[in-house]
Design a protein around this ligand. Structure first.
Ligand code: ADP
Ligand code: MG
Length: 650
């Protein structure tokens, strides 16, 4: 029995039926078919009518196929049809637009072919509606264009890389982040590839592989010049439809400056907190040391050649060392009394050269490289000397096998980026004092702590850890800035930036006061809540012959003054006391004793006193701790000045 396929012969239709069946099949698939003679439609299938929104009859009734075509398309299509009509067996594909009966424009893909038949030459047009596809293409193109625009013009760095980190595509912002001028430059340089094999990169890679996306990671990237850029980023594994390597799209923003600022803020907050602590401790110590030192002095001057003398001298020496220590702490916490004068740093460096030379020993060379002429700065000379000494001593300690220490001065202009980074720096000129050594250098970890009090890497007895904290405090107090550049094995450079003074201020030198006798018989009212300090001050003044009235607080002082018959020449008072402070007391007392002079004493520095509402200004002030001679000298000087002005009091 034959299969149906072999029965085709019997069922094979005649030519016309074949023709119709073909047309029907094509129409069923949705493809329109027109047969055109000249420009007239002589045949149209149902699909063609459906596509155009006309009936078959209407199509056949059109005088020209061009009635379907919008004007702007007509010329192009006419050309194709005419070409098709004139050439044998030329198949022609094109796309065009037609206007449907309802006015809607639709896109068609056309296959145009010329067929010669018995009746002459005809053009067969097969038309397929591709409106939807064209629409999708347009949407895709515009979304691609938008993506391109975003990619190229965003401030964020964008890149596409293989999962191994090899760059495939990147934008200008990404290139700039890494120090390249253009995206092409970055793409051409393997150095710009993402190092996803680094420890941070490894974690990102694993997360990408498990979840396809990683957000808000912060990693360091190496810039072209070797420095590090910190970036915050999101990365997404891209879907791949072909065989190529797995790709990752990464978007990054540069947070280097933010990180540095954060670290800077953290650092200054830390130093501030330590400063407060150190300053507080030092302040209380000062009161105690005033008493210890003072009584040792008093006892020693009473003892003569007593056998206990040696022991008391030891107490005095220990107290002196303790006072030196508190001075360093006070310097760090910026509570040290300072006497800023206009200074030429070169002069200070030169004057100290000999002393520093001796300090550092034979195998270390000391070189000065000074800029002349150097702009002046305003600073406390003995503080600057201390800074130089501490830095040079550290440099020497960093040179166990010998080497060179260089002291430099120069003019530096601080730019806006640096000024933004360090609150104590302003944009503009600075005088820089630099101490450079060729020694062991520091690790980043040591560098992070060097300015903290009591931080030392030296063995006990060799280092106190107070050298650099003192330097730090002094520099801060002078309105300057200190930075250290160092690397293990490559030496260290400490640079101190000080603002220059306006050039007009002259250099001033301190003249030591000539010695004169300190004794007197005037009446001094001593008001101080710290008992040790008060007793000590009173004893000192009594020994110098003064008549001393003693009060533990302002209330007692007012009562004492009210009941006191004679004059009060001088009020020696603490500034900060419970209930009523020295300035208010002085104010009230001077109504009764208008010619009374006032000498304030305090363990606080100028800044803290200002916080307590007291500006030293022109007031007479004696910082604690003080030695007996200092107190006696100050009191005598003040009273003498008064006598010089108004004559000896009654
Ligand atoms: P100290 O000298 O008593 O240890 P400092 O405050 O002067 O205290 O210094 C703190 C630490 O800083 C030192 O112990 C040392 O580790 C480090 N340091 C300071 N200056 C230098 C330098 N020039 N080279 C290397 N390390 C230094
Ligand atoms: Mg030191």
């Amino acid at each position: 029995m034959a299969s149906p396929a072999f029965e085709v012969d019997h069922a094979f239709p005649d030519d016309d039926r074949l023709y119709e069946t073909l047309l029907q099949a094509q129409s069923d698939l949705g493809d329109g078919l027109l047969i055109i003679d000249g420009h007239r439609i002589v045949h149209a299938n149902a699909a063609a009518a459906r596509i155009c929104g006309w009936s078959v009859e209407d199509l056949l009734a059109l005088s020209s196929v061009f009635d379907l075509i919008p004007l702007d398309e007509q010329r192009r299509l006419a050309h194709r049809l005419d070409r098709a009509a004139s050439l044998e067996r030329i198949r022609n594909h094109c796309e065009t637009t037609i206007v449907r009966r309802d006015g809607r424009r639709i896109d068609l893909e056309l296959a145009i072919q010329n067929v010669r038949t018995r009746g002459g030459s005809r053009v067969i047009v097969v038309a397929r509606d591709i409106t939807e596809r064209k629409q999708m293409e347009r949407t895709l193109r515009s979304s691609e264009a938008r993506y391109r625009l975003l990619f190229d013009s965003t401030v964020a760095g964008l890149c596409v890389s293989t999962i191994e980190g090899r760059l495939v595509q990147c934008n200008t912002a990404f290139a700039r982040m890494l120090g390249f001028a253009t995206a092409d430059e970055a793409l051409a340089d393997p150095q710009a590839d993402l190092d996803l094999a680094s420890p941070d990169g490894g974690a990102i890679l694993r997360a990408l592989q498990t979840s396809g996306r990683v957000t808000s990671f912060e990693v360091p990237l190496r810039r072209r010049d070797g420095t590090t850029a910190w970036v915050l980023g999101n990365a997404t594994l891209l879907d791949r439809f072909d065989e190529g390597p797995t790709l990752v799209e990464t978007i990054l923003i540069d947070v280097t400056e933010r990180r540095v600022l954060q670290a800077q803020l953290h650092e200054s907050q830390k130093m501030d907190a330590i400063g407060r602590l150190a300053g507080g401790v030092a302040h209380d110590f000062n009161n105690l040391l005033t008493a210890i030192q003072g009584y040792s002095e008093l006892t020693l001057s009473d003892l003569g050649s007593h056998p206990l003398r040696l022991q008391i001298e030891e107490i005095r020496k220990a107290a002196q060392r303790a006072a030196a220590l508190t001075r360093q702490l006070l310097a760090f916490s910026r509570r040290q009394e300072v006497a800023p004068v206009v200074l030429d740093l070169n002069t200070v460096v030169r004057a100290m050269h000999q002393m520093l030379r001796r300090l550092i020993g034979e195998d270390v060379e000391l070189v000065s490289r000074l800029t002349e002429p150097l702009r002046r700065v305003k600073a406390d000379q003995s503080q600057i000397e201390q800074v130089l000494m501490n830095l040079v001593v550290n440099a020497r300690d960093a040179l166990p096998g010998g080497g060179t220490i260089t002291i430099e001065t120069e003019h530096v202009r601080v730019g806006r980026p640096e000024a933004r980074l360090f609150p104590e720096l302003c944009e503009g000129p600075y005088v820089v004092l630099r101490v450079r050594d060729t020694g062991v250098g520091m690790t980043a970890d040591v560098q992070a702590h060097v300015f903290e009090p009591f931080f030392t890497t030296k063995s006990p007895g060799r280092g106190t850890g107070l050298g650099l904290s003192t330097v730090y405090g002094i520099v801060q107090q002078s309105g300057g800035h200190i930075r250290v550049d160092t690397e293990p094995g490559r030496g260290s450079v400490f640079s101190i930036y000080l603002p220059p003074t306006p050039d007009l201020e002259p250099v001033r030198r301190e003249h030591p006061a000539e010695e004169a006798p300190c004794r007197g018989t005037e009446t001094v009212l001593v008001v101080e809540d710290e008992e040790e300090v008060r007793h000590f001050a009173c004893r000192v003044l009594e020994r110098q012959g003064y008549r001393v009235l003693e009060a533990p607080h302002a209330g007692a002082a007012l009562r004492l003054a009210a009941s006191h018959g004679g004059p009060i020449h001088l009020l020696l008072t603490d500034v900060v006391m419970p209930k009523m402070g020295g300035p208010v007391l002085a104010d009230q007392l001077s109504r009764r004793y208008p010619s009374m002079r006032v000498l304030y004493m305090s363990g606080y520095g100028e800044d803290e006193l200002r916080d307590h509402g007291f500006a030293i200004g022109t007031a007479l002030f004696l910082p604690k701790p003080f030695l007996p001679e200092t107190l006696a000298r100050r009191v005598r000087d003040i009273l003498d000045a008064e006598i010089a002005r108004h004559g000896r009091p009654a």
